[in-house]
Design a binder for this molecule. Structure first.
Ligand code: ADP
Ligand code: AMP
Length: 224
């Protein structure tokens, strides 16, 4: 199964991916996580990406496509994977189609998590992430048991550098300009499913997503 999670920053894609992984053992490829890791390790791609990521701009397509192509060729991806935050531009979507075609694979479904700008601001300004295991929290909607400590691994929780109001606004503008047109791109290929991620808690969003997965026969009724 190859699925894509599309939607504005802060709509809850990463949160739903981690819920899904409680039920299905499938690798998640989050280009944002890969880039943050590269930035922290100061690799060549990390050095290139840093300025883009911290200012809310997109990292150039050629770097992203290279990262993704290498990643999906790894052994753990042979039975399927989830893209979280990729593709984000028309060029990336087309590049992905070409790479998948070469590998004799195709996207099963694209899930578009729809949310309003106000919801995004609320969710992102209170988001905290674990430095050690990347777990996602929210000071309002999903707070950790102990302040600034990850419930799962005890790692330190921090606010992402790009989760400040000015940068969130920039990221949303970039999303509207570069990524939103992909809704139509995948609609025209008849592989787009919309999920209302706006006025529901995580449980509610996940339930809708899970029901759509079952309807599309991407999971069996027993769950895998
Ligand atoms: P994305 O991966 O789309 O950028 P995240 O999964 O990181 O978004 O979620 C953004 C923030 O919103 C996090 O703090 C997360 O805990 C919170 N969140 C996610 N889904 C919901 C929801 N349905 N209701 C309230 N808060 C949510
Ligand atoms: P995310 O973790 O998905 O919110 O992504 C954080 C940042 O990483 C984005 O604002 C971009 O700077 C960069 N990024 C992540 N994925 C991509 C992508 N597919 N294309 C370009 N830049 C990306």
């Amino acid at each position: 199964m190859i699925i894509v999670f599309l939607g504005p920053p802060g709509t809850g894609k990463g949160t739903i991916v981690s819920e899904l992984r409680k039920h299905i053992k499938i690798p998640a490829i989050a280009t944002g996580d890969i880039l943050r890791d590269a930035i922290e390790k100061e690799t060549n791609i990390g050095k290139t990406a840093k300025e883009y990521v911290n200012s809310g701009k997109l990292v150039p397509d050629k770097h992203i496509l290279r990262i993704v192509e290498n990643r999906i060729k790894e052994d753990d991806c042979q039975k399927g994977f989830i893209f979280d935050g990729f593709p984000r531009t028309f060029n990336q979507a087309q590049g992905l189609d070409i790479v998948l075609h070469k590998l004799n694979k195709q996207i099963n479904q694209v899930f578009y998590f729809e949310t309003s700008y106000n919801t995004i601001i609320n969710r992102l300004s209170a988001r905290r992430v674990c430095l050690k295991c990347d777990a996602i929290y929210n000071l309002i909607y999903n707070p950790p048991d102990i302040v600034e400590k990850c419930d799962k691994c005890g790692g330190r929780l921090v606010q992402r550098d790009d989760d400040r109001e000015g940068i969130i606004k920039k990221r949303f503008e970039v999303y509207e300009q570069e990524t939103l047109p992909l809704v139509q791109y995948y609609q025209e290929k008849s592989i787009l499913t919309k999920i209302d991620a706006n006025n529901k808690n995580v449980k509610g969003v996940f339930q809708e997503f899970w029901e759509r997965l079952a309807e599309l026969e991407l999971i069996s009724n027993s769950g895998s």
